[in-house]
Design a protein around this ligand. Structure first.
Ligand code: PEP
Ligand code: MG
Length: 323
């Protein structure tokens, strides 16, 4: 089977009925890029920049960040690279920021909330990203957006930093897309409103599932509530994809669900444009997608969305779309 996969490294991902979808990879550091290319990913759908900030005792400088982003963008040679701004908090702590202990860290002061509050941290990262933008195809993504005001504020700060760089005669790409993660249910429900202002969505199912079922993703005692196939999640995902397409935008997914063989046929049928997963899942996913027909699955979507449980959906997919 490994041999079969290897043949697909340089292939595009085209379904049995001729639909192209993009298979991208998730990375945590520039060291992951060779793995992305060796596994034939068509881009990077999520670069989790928080690792630049972790396991050290002070914030990374603009220069350090610039070097990391530049390395990733240049090595990807013009393929799309979605870089997510700092998503710290929850399970990822930064001791040197001396943040107060919280009762509910997953519901607390983290990610974009922290960045909009401690703007120096945010602006430094944005400057590094903007300066690196000329080395490839950069898309900037904000994590943990809950409201439209947060997205607008984050985007305004980015545009301010861009303007400053232009004034300083530092070159910045004019092609940068600005998007957001959909990982809080409020944004999945309001996707039609957000879609007018974003360039793209990327659905973060790890958190979207956690927040939809109110079940801590780290707590094994409630892990039965991690239900990616539950119709509640599928309906939210559909809402996001449809809203994006209505505004001519693209919708991707960068949570674990994007590389899951039960989920893949459903996501294809729902019209997902980009699937971002761990690099090692890319070739198996491509193999699976080459044999699926989007149009055929699309005919089953209404029925699937009206099933009652996660288990029923899983069984349905196994019976109809897995060989
Ligand atoms: C997600 O929440 O699905 C996601 C991709 O982000 P992270 O796992 O880094 O929270
Ligand atoms: Mg997340």
């Amino acid at each position: 089977q490994k041999k079969e996969w290897a043949k697909l490294v340089t292939e595009q991902t085209v379904t049995a009925d001729g639909v192209h979808v993009e298979l991208a990879a998730n990375i945590g550091t520039p060291k992951d890029v060779p793995g992305v290319l060796n596994n034939g990913a068509e881009g990077i759908g999520l670069y989790r920049t928080e690792f630049l900030y972790m396991n050290r005792d002070q914030l990374p400088t603009e220069e350090e960040q610039f070097e990391a982003y530049k390395e990733v963008l240049s090595k990807m040679e013009g393929k799309p690279v979605v870089i997510r701004t700092l998503d710290i908090g929850g399970d990822k702590e930064l001791p040197y920021l001396n943040l107060p202990k919280e009762l509910n860290p997953f519901l607390g002061y983290r990610a974009i909330r922290l960045c909009l509050d401690q703007q120096e941290i945010f602006r430094t990262q944005l400057r590094a990203l903007l300066r690196a933008s000329i080395y490839g195809n950069l898309k900037v993504m904000f994590p943990m957006i809950a409201t439209l005001e947060e997205f607008r504020q984050a985007k305004a700060i980015l545009l301010e930093e861009k303007e400053k760089l232009v004034q300083e005669k530092i070159e910045v790409s004019e092609m940068i897309e600005i998007g957001m993660m959909v990982e809080i249910p409020s944004t999945a429900v309001m996707a039609d409103i957000f879609a007018k202002e974003v360039d793209f969505f990327s659905i973060g199912t790890n958190d979207l599932i956690q927040y939809t079922f109110a079940a801590d993703r780290m707590n094994e005692q409630v892990s039965y509530l991690y239900q990616p196939y539950n119709p509640s999640i599928l309906r939210l995902v559909k809402n996001v994809i449809d809203a994006a397409h209505k505004e001519g935008k693209w919708a991707g997914m960068c949570g674990e669900m994007a590389g899951d063989e039960i989920a893949i046929p459903i996501l294809l049928g729902l019209g997902l444009d980009e699937f971002s997963m761990s690099a090692t899942s890319v070739l198996p996913a491509r193999t699976q997608l080459l044999n699926l027909s989007k149009e055929e699955i699309a005919n089953h979507i209404d029925l699937i969305l009206n099933l009652e449980t996660d288990q029923q959906v899983k069984q349905y997919v196994e019976e109809h779309f897995l060989k």
